[in-house]
Design a protein around this ligand. Structure first.
Ligand code: TYM
Length: 331
């Protein structure tokens, strides 16, 4: 079976090391050998209030960041969700297949709505159904994401199976999540037990793709760690979440395993390890930030790329969307 890879990212804030190592770098690598569909999840971004002008600017900024990171808009399809109506249409059809009980189990909704559940938007609640539509529309076989999206992908599989059974069709393909490596869950630099996230108010909790060398060095220097030297084995990182996280980031950046990193740094303290880690991040980011500058200077080209991607995505999703309407008796 041919692989079809589909994945998305919300265009809110800047690309950080968690997004990059957990997802985007895998997107870039997958393009070499498979058909890929990547999009800016702008319809997901509006599930919480976003200032329209800020959102519009963030969309272009995120598109530029993805291109700078190596997404190839000719070989792959790159577009914005809001420019392909099939996402919202299929999401509605699938809202009628998804069960309230299934959505009630989504941990991300619980985290994001917090104590103010009654005040959260309906969109935030049904967000995982839109995410299911995103991948089912294109018959994705594989979805490269970070660990935090695993539950949403399982829901997409459940929705696909129930729809196919309810309407006695073989329309939707169950997508396989692709999650793994030392960076499947990059943690905050300030707290090794919390995910590195765009929504963390502390800038010091994450490294952005756009940070200059000095800022990266400062953030890594100030990153929370502990006073023990690095151990010789990965097992001994147990109970040391910050140490584990920094070793995991190093491993992902250097394309090594955590064991290999410890092989080099065992017995050394963070005074030695942190500058080496910062150097490794700075070197890997340098070409990306340089390209980012070029894409930023040409918003017309960005819009052209996104419009071209949207047209190709519309064509790719059309048959499955029609199939869903037909299966439900709506054609
Ligand atoms: P988003 O925008 O929060 O994140 C984009 C990608 O980055 C991964 N990620 C991380 N990986 C490792 N460590 C972290 N700290 C970290 N933070 C973020 C995410 O897992 C994700 O892969 N709902 C999705 C966007 C989406 C989507 C889709 C993804 C919408 N539709 C369909 C896949 C398929 C989201 O909010 O990701």
């Amino acid at each position: 079976m041919n692989m079809r890879v589909v994945s998305g990212i919300q265009p809110t804030g800047n690309l950080h090391l968690g997004n990059y190592l957990g997802a985007i770098r895998n997107w870039v690598r997958l393009q070499e050998k498979s058909e890929c569909v990547f999009f800016l999840a702008d319809l997901h971004a509006i599930t919480v209030y976003n200032e329209p002008a800020v959102l519009a600017a963030n969309i272009r900024e995120m598109a530029a960041a993805l291109l700078a990171a190596g997404v190839d808009p000719v070989r792959s399809i790159l577009f914005r969700q809001a420019m392909v109506p099939g996402h919202a249409e299929l999401a509605w059809l699938l809202n009628c297949t998804a069960r309230i009980g299934w959505l009630n189990r989504m941990t991300q909704f619980k985290e994001k709505s917090g104590k103010n559940r009654e005040g959260a938007s309906v969109g935030l609640y049904s967000y995982p159904v839109l995410q299911a539509a995103d991948v089912l529309l294109y018959n994705a076989t594989h979805v490269p994401v970070g660990e935090d999206q695993k539950q949403h992908l399982e829901l997409a599989r459940d929705i696909a199976a129930k729809f196919n059974t309810d309407y006695a069709v073989e329309l939707f393909t169950a997508p396989e999540p692709m999650i793994g490596g030392p960076a499947a869950r990059v943690m905050s630099l300030r707290d090794g037990t919390a995910k590195m996230s765009k929504s963390d108010p502390s800038e010091a909790s994450r490294v952005h793709l756009t940070d200059d060398a000095d800022t990266i060095l400062q953030k890594i220097r100030k990153a929370k760690s502990d006073s023990e030297p690095l151990p010789a084995s990965v097992e001994e990182l147990e109970g040391r979440p910050e140490a584990r996280n920094l070793v995991g980031i190093f491993a992902a950046m250097a394309d090594e395993t955590p064991a290999q990193v410890l092989g080099r740094f065992a017995g050394q303290g963070f005074g030695t390890f942190k500058p080496a880690l910062a150097e490794c991040i700075i070197e890997a980011m340098r070409p990306i930030t340089a390209r980012l500058e070029e894409f930023r200077r040409d918003p017309g080209e960005l819009d052209r790329i996104l419009a071209d991607g949207a047209e190709r995505a519309r064509a790719m999703g059309a048959a499955t969307l029609e199939g869903a309407y037909r299966a439900m008796g709506l054609r």
